[in-house]
Design a protein around this ligand. Structure first.
Ligand SMILES: Nc1ncnc2c1ncn2[C@@H]1O[C@H](COP(=O)(O)OP(=O)(O)O)[C@@H](O)[C@H]1O
Ligand SMILES: [Mg+2]
Length: 310
């Protein structure tokens, strides 16, 4: 469970800390920042897949994702009494993302390189020129125990290239030359003394984002796929058949059957094990003499099977 999500300096979000419940519905007028909040969460998830720096580049670069407004908005700026003007920047410009769950919390902050056109590499004593000198850099990462961040509850603290972990009452330095593009989660191999990092990475890797379910002719969900037990469906639906079979075997098959016959009276779903360990979906529809495969289902039917799985 995530209890809190925090985002700062990301697109239309200047600073936001939101408490989360079991189900959260975000509503608001067009352009109010709903998608930006969602994108911030996706970006946070990228850290556990080694892709946060790259994902930012795909979004147009860190500079363009920074909140474009002034660092602080006075009350009179908010009410429109005075024009919105730049304020004197108090701190350095950082994109900050973080969350807290029941047991652990994690935060990351990213910024632009300090030295223009040069880049510090492990093993080099002075900065060298690099084509990647405008890449966003991971400046700080914190992993703490408990539902709230407090300095005393910090377990792992990454500050620039340095990673430290708390061992009893003192801090152990675990790494001193962490590249700016690697997150803590890319370093788990050398952080064996801190199992929380691996645990947190696996926790984040289990998050799923079902906003772009493909149903076109080449969609992964339409192809027979290698089936292994799948309690959590992949983002793109590539393991839909395996996920449905997992429900049939160890989930709630009655609820699945009821949902299918509720939407398509008289219809029934079967998973066909193909040679070579691949699974295919068979959809028996009233009035048809043979089952339809996933490749033949309508976009709506396929999306329905997928949404039932979610
Ligand atoms: N870097 C930025 N700084 C400030 N505002 C931004 C930035 N990038 C996008 N926006 C604003 O974010 C808004 C879009 O938010 P979005 O999350 O797509 O809205 P919606 O609630 O419709 O999903 C636009 O109004 C745009 O002006
Ligand atoms: Mg939107």
């Amino acid at each position: 469970m995530l209890n809190t999500l925090a985002v700062a300096n990301y697109r239309s979000i200047n600073k936001l800390v939101i408490p989360l419940g079991q189900l959260n519905l975000i509503t608001g007028p067009n352009g109010s920042g709903k998608s930006n909040l969602y994108r911030a969460l996706r970006l946070l998830a990228e850290t556990a897949h080694g892709g946060v720096v790259n994902a930012l580049a795909r979004e147009g670069g860190l500079d363009s994702t920074f909140w474009a407004g002034p660092e602080t908005l006075s009350r009179r700026m908010r009410t429109g009494e005075v024009a919105i003007e730049p304020t004197v920047r108090q701190g350095v410009k950082r994109l900050r993302l973080g969350f807290a769950g029941d047991d652990f919390g994690y935060s990351i902050s990213l910024g632009l390189p300090d030295s223009n056109g040069h880049f510090m590499l492990p093993g080099h004593s002075s900065p060298i020129p690099s084509y990647f000198s405008l890449d966003p850099q991971i400046k700080r990462e914190c992993l703490w125990a408990g539902a709230f961040y407090r300095p005393a509850s910090l377990l792992v603290d990454r500050d620039g290239p340095m990673i430290r972990a708390r061992a009893d009452r003192k801090w152990d330095v675990l790494a001193q030359h962490t590249p700016t593009f690697d997150s803590l989660f890319d370093q788990v191999g050398s952080l064996r003394g801190s199992p929380e990092v691996l645990e947190m990475r696996e926790f984040i890797r289990r998050w799923r984002f079902y906003d772009h379910f493909r149903s076109d002719a080449d969609a992964p969900a339409r192809q027979p796929q290698l089936g292994t037990r799948t309690p959590v469906l992949h983002h793109d639906g590539r393991d839909l058949a395996a996920a449905l079979q997992t429900i049939i075997e160890i989930g709630d098959p009655d609820a699945l059957r009821a949902a299918i016959s509720d939407a398509f009276p008289g219809a029934r779903l079967n998973i066909d094990p193909l040679p070579g360990g691949r699974f295919a979906i068979e959809f028996f529809q009233e009035g048809l003499l043979r089952p339809l495969s996933a490749a033949e289902l309508s976009d709506g039917t396929l999306t329905y099977c997928w949404s039932r799985r979610c």
